[in-house]
Design a protein around this ligand. Sequence first.
Ligand SMILES: *Cc1c(COP(=O)(O)O)cnc(C)c1O
Length: 215
Amino acid sequence: MSLTEITARIAQAESAAKRPAGSVKLIAVSKEQPPERVLPVLEAGHRLFGENRVQEAAGKWPDWRQDFTDVELHLLGPLQTNKARQAMELFQAIHSLDRPKLARTFARLAQELGHCPRLFVQVNTGAEPQKAGVLPDDADSLIAEARAMDLPVIGLMCIPPLDEDAVAHFSLLAQVAARNGLDELSMGMSDDFETAIAEGATYIRVGSAIFGARR
Ligand SMILES: *Cc1c(COP(=O)(O)O)cnc(C)c1O
């Protein structure tokens, strides 16, 4: 599917949900995609991209940014504290804040670097043992802790369990955000972004529907 088609489907979903046009931002997830698929999307003028791994992003985006200086890069995948500095230098937003130790590391490095990317707290809405994210019951306290450190927490992120209806997970995330006064919801991927928009997503993360299946 082309970027134009995805953009049209987003506009349609916004309108069906009676939400203002342009209230949903499209993060084009370029992880594991070859340059010949990513460059046309850059050349078409898209500037918001998502990556899963710090190392992979560090290997390709500095070059591309020479030509496309206004790219905004979001980290979507889990982050180890020993990669936090590199991530804070490379990304404008990080969607995977999920534990106090990582919050403390961000706070310390923010002092040192003089800036901090915007942060999303990742919530493990399905309480899946193998999945990253803070448990829903622990989300409020992690958000409060991060705020007490002056970290720029702007919203929440989730990845619903594969085998479940996503609606309940999106709506739980929206509830946790509302009771914490957070405006941004990062939810919805290639297969369910229209559902996520109906449930209030402000950032959707779409990879394979734009670029094709990953190798
Ligand atoms: C890979 C990935 C996506 C994009 O997945 P698609 O199904 O290709 O749209 C979105 N969010 C996260 C966190 C991912 O790791």
